[in-house]
Design a protein around this ligand. Structure first.
Ligand SMILES: *Cc1c(COP(=O)(O)O)cnc(C)c1O
Length: 416
């Protein structure tokens, strides 16, 4: 008698590496941090300091790195966004423009300043929609745009700056994911009047917490310095304006105590010289993953402009070929096989996702058709800096198998 034929169980691949491994702290940074601990001098200011503090050195190096004259180190990027808005004179109740696709600290900074967020729709490249922006500038009368290069996607910065200049709108760049990125040969973070960077663990440099603000404007730099909590020791900065710029503001400007500690600066300083190497490693993986994902039916990659030199520390893609239920199952199946995706379209945002329609503290939330459509199927995956070719191949295989498991994987478009 013939044995009944049993279908061989499908062999499923599993990704075992940690996807959320942050960049590591160089040995020199750890040793310097220990030295600082032993010295007990963790606070950046002192009444009898012999020289520049560790934070002041970082400021000087960061100003040089970004090619901007003034840099102020603070405790987080979110706080630096708040300080930038305050420096620009944003008053409580004032409208502040921001792109609808961003992370919660951005509308949070607007709320922190007591201002009113005015949301702007996005393009299929996940960048701000300039036509919509022009319309919103005219309708809201806003004088400031808080521009988030969310997940590292950079739009046409020359067109954006021209538009904002023409309408008298100041631009604060949120560069949390664009440290070492370029648009059309110019470093991102050097277009807007003020730019803010993050050193939070999951960004491009890692000190757990930390933020840096850069600007070309001495008056704003002085205000940000005093607001960050310099007391009257604003002369102890590494890339600050001449002291006479403080005279008019020092007694008029509140202290918000948002300083960076010397320990944090010690961890960050040796990371700056490694950024270009890290960027190349990230981008190699990004390109490989992008090519792999573009072959999977049901998924779509995000268009990127030739003029954008991004830092591929994460990758976004759409699952427009799948129903919401299938996306949920796909994300769960991939996670069960070691590949962790974030879904911006989930009914409730979770983890490091955020969606504008769930910012309950923003009163005015017109439906944004493009953002709604894109975010509904948008998926996001972190890329660890040390992923190699085999890792990226395995991740693509896991995703392909997860798609197949939820009934996706056809090559023809599933929608429309
Ligand atoms: C992480 C992040 C921030 C805030 O950075 P923190 O240093 O964590 O405050 C702001 N904007 C975007 C887009 C981010 O991803």
């Amino acid at each position: 008698m013939n044995a009944p034929t049993v279908a061989a169980p499908a062999v499923r691949h599993h990704f075992a590496k940690t996807m959320s491994d942050p960049v590591s702290i160089p040995k020199a940074g750890i040793e310097r941090a220990v030295e600082i601990l032993r010295s007990h001098r963790l606070f950046r200011y002192g009444e009898d300091t012999g020289g520049l503090s560790e934070v002041a050195h970082l400021e000087a190096e960061f100003a040089q790195y970004t090619g901007r004259p003034y840099a102020v180190a603070v405790n987080s990027c979110g706080c630096s966004l708040f300080l930038a808005l305050k420096a620009l004179g944003v008053e409580p109740g004032a409208p502040v423009l921001c792109n609808a696709f961003t992370l919660a600290p951005v509308p949070g900074a607007i709320a922190h300043a007591g201002a009113r967020g005015v949301l702007v729709d996005i393009t299929p490249a996940l960048t701000i929609d300039l036509d919509y922006l022009a319309l919103k500038i005219d309708r809201s009368g806003a004088r400031v745009l808080l521009l988030s290069h969310m997940r590292g996607h950079v739009g046409d910065m020359r067109a954006l700056m021209a538009l904002c200049q023409e309408r008298g709108v100041a631009v604060v760049e949120d560069c949390a994911h664009t440290l070492n990125a370029y648009w059309d040969g110019q470093m991102v973070g050097t277009f807007g009047q003020i730019a803010c960077f993050s050193a939070q663990t999951f960004k491009h440099i890692n000190s757990g917490e930390g933020g840096l603000v850069v600007t070309d404007n001495a008056h704003w730099a002085a205000k940000i310095t005093v607001m960050s909590g310099s007391y009257m020791m604003y002369g102890q900065h590494g890339a600050g304006p001449d002291l006479h710029h403080f005279e008019a503001i020092r007694d008029q400007t509140p202290n918000f105590s948002m300083r960076m500690s010397n320990l944090v600066a010690a961890l960050l300083r040796p990371q700056l010289p490694l950024l270009e190497t890290w960027t190349q490693q990230w981008n190699r993986s990004y390109h490989q993953l992008e090519a792999g994902l573009s072959n999977l039916a049901g998924l779509g990659t995000i268009p990127r402009d030739q003029r954008e030199r991004y830092v591929g520390s994460s990758i976004q893609f759409t699952a427009a070929g799948l129903s919401p239920e299938a996306i949920r199952a796909f994300v769960a199946d991939a996670a069960a096989h070691g590949v962790f995706l974030k879904w911006f379209g989930a009914p409730r945002t979770a983890g490091f996702t955020s969606r504008y329609d769930q910012w309950g503290y923003i009163a005015d939330k017109p439906p944004l058709t493009r953002a709604d459509e894109l975010l509904a199927t948008l998926l996001d995956m972190r890329i660890a800096v040390d992923f190699d070719r085999a890792d990226c191949e395995l991740i693509t295989t896991v995703l392909q198998e997860s798609l197949a498991a939820v009934g996706g994987g056809h090559r023809e478009p599933l929608r429309g």
